[in-house]
Design a binder for this molecule. Structure first.
Ligand SMILES: [Zn+2]
Length: 555
């Protein structure tokens, strides 16, 4: 049997979800809203914030899987992701229904995706291959990387031994680090990770490290293929006639989240939403009544351009309280974020007019929203004096976001000490202990968190249910949205930045060149990609920082 290794994380979060095996849907609660049956529990690795894979991930997964199995990832299913902490890579658990297919890794240096299969993942992808070809093992073999081993080696490998050159009968072309299927006759007996390139194989030594031993026959694959067919039919049947009548007043076709998943996956997503509909309605009702109870006099709504704030804004509108939205443009926002935010805020309050300009801060206003824009130069000047911000050295939010917000709030004629913020407990370790109402001394506001208990999956399902317009960066593979140079960015996000906005990436490069004049350009590129600049201790000898200002900020 295949062993499932879970990567250890520093705390145990709520990691249990439910799954309705009749409606093929993950559930936010024990009972399915579509068939009324109790779901089965399934657990995922901490921090356990499951979310829906957007279009970019279908391609990422497919590309990574293709290094072992050349197969198209079926577009008619919804897959779930769970980002897990690892040291030098970005890693995502990939789920099909309630089963983990494997872990998708992104290596910032090679910029390649690698897919580490679970035993079920191996069966799943090979079954898809089987569905697409005739039920012939030789056909399958044409599309996979494998080594075929002899009778002597078989028993040892079944017990977990590595794959050595002498036992190999047949070999396909593979590269070091690839995951390779180990065959004995017409059976899959293990998954191995290549220790060397196929063309370098000598007589002795380990060729593949055994990842797990298994016994998968063509019969097993046929069974999985048959159940995939059944699931397809069931989803088609279950999705018939589902419509969602409550479209958000924020709706904008251009930012319609349904466009961010493959159109073939629409039916499955409709079923999943309906299976969770009663829970989503209850969560929304609770959030709306929380807003009504405490904020009927009115409140400022903090808007960041991320999914949580889009969801929160939709709830505030439904609560029908007087409100004023505020978006702080730090000067370091993605152009996509700025365009998206402006569209949404214009929808609720019309065209923006410049209201005032105070030094480096510009305040724009429409009927229901304020955009406060800090000149980007402030950040670069401070970065030069204090040192580049890091996860544990975050002066940037205070300087470029909170202080401008405070300035803007003092200039607008509106209740300004109560603010609605879309933060969630699941988001980070720090936010686990956050209260539903708390004081922020930087913006000098009492912050209310109506969706604090929502998981990412709940937020996404609600966004789809109401067709709330969503930041287009999600479609491209971004998971956490912030400033484009945010030290909390993932390796994948840093890499996407370079692809998407080479001019912004160059700004980062030029900055590091200016503070590290003795380093070669190549070395600087390496520093940026390695992500070490995101933590003070990891870059202590490289990037100068005035760490003592942290005490100043704290005081
Ligand atoms: Zn159900």
């Amino acid at each position: 049997m295949g062993k499932k290794k879970r990567i250890k994380a520093p705390f145990i979060g709520t990691t249990t979800y439910f799954f309705c095996s009749k409606c093929y849907s993950p559930l936010l609660n024990a009972k399915c809203c579509l068939c009324n049956q109790k779901g089965v529990e399934f657990s995922i690795s901490p921090p356990g914030d499951l979310y829906i894979a957007f279009e970019a991930y279908y391609n990422f997964i497919e590309k990574a899987v293709a290094k072992t199995i050349k197969v198209k990832l079926p577009r008619d299913f919804v897959y779930m992701l769970n980002k897990i902490p690892t040291r030098n890579k970005t890693a995502y658990e990939v789920y099909f229904l309630n089963k983990r297919l494997g872990v998708l890794f992104f290596d910032p240096f090679s910029r390649e995706f690698v897919f580490k299969f679970d035993e079920f993942g191996l069966k799943f992808f090979l079954s898809i291959l089987l569905l697409e070809s005739s039920n012939d093992f030789d056909e399958i073999k044409k599309n996979i990387k494998y080594v075929s081993i002899d009778d002597n080696a078989k028993d040892k490998i079944a017990k977990g031994a590595n794959i050595l050159a002498p036992g190999i009968i047949e070999i396909t072309d593979f590269r070091e680090g690839d995951y390779v299927v180990v065959l004995h006759k017409n059976k899959i007996i293990a998954l191995g990770k290549a220790k060397i390139d196929a063309n370098e194989i000598r007589q002795r030594g380990v060729v593949l490290r055994n990842v797990f031993s298994a016994t998968i026959t063509i019969n097993d694959l046929e069974k999985v293929a048959k159940s995939i067919k059944c699931i397809r039919e069931a989803i088609k049947r279950l999705s018939r006639g589902i419509i969602f009548p409550t479209k958000s007043t924020l709706f904008l076709e251009e930012y319609n989240p349904w466009k961010y998943i493959p159109s073939e996956a629409t039916n499955h997503l409709k079923v999943i939403i309906t299976a969770n509909r009663c829970i989503l309605d209850r969560l929304a009702k609770d959030a709306i009544s929380f807003i009504k109870r405490y904020l009927k006099e009115g409140a400022i709504v903090s808007f960041s351009g991320g999914k949580d704030s889009s969801c929160t804004l939709d709830l505030v509108i439904q609560a029908k309280i007087p409100f004023m939205v505020i978006f702080a443009d730090t000067g370091l926002e993605f152009p996509e974020t700025v365009a998206y935010v402006e569209s949404v805020l214009q929808k609720i309050g019309g065209i923006f007019q410049l209201q005032s300009k105070i030094n480096t801060i510009e305040i724009y206003k429409n009927k229901n929203a304020v955009i406060v824009r800090r000149n980007e130069k402030v950040f670069w000047t401070l970065a030069k004096h204090l040192g580049f911000p890091a996860m544990d050295f975050r002066w940037c939010c205070k300087a470029c976001k909170f202080i401008p917000i405070r300035t803007a709030l003092s200039k607008i004629n509106f209740t300004n000490d109560r603010m609605i913020v879309g933060t969630r407990r699941y988001e980070s370790f720090l936010r686990k202990r956050q209260k539903r109402v708390e004081f922020n001394r930087w913006t000098r506001t009492f912050n209310y968190h109506p969706i604090q208990e929502w998981s990412a999956l709940a937020v996404w399902l609600y966004i789809f249910l109401r067709q709330i317009p969503t930041n287009p960066l999600y479609k491209l593979g971004f998971h956490r949205l912030g400033c484009w140079l945010c030290p909390s960015s993932e390796y994948l996000e840093i890499s996407l930045l370079e692809e998407l906005h080479p001019n912004l990436w160059r700004k980062l490069e030029e900055f590091f060149i200016s503070i590290l004049p003795n380093k070669a350009k190549d070395e600087i590129r390496k520093i940026i990609k390695s992500g070490i600049w995101r933590k003070t201790n990891e870059s202590a000898n490289i990037i100068p920082r005035k760490l003592d200002i942290l005490d100043l900020i704290k005081s």
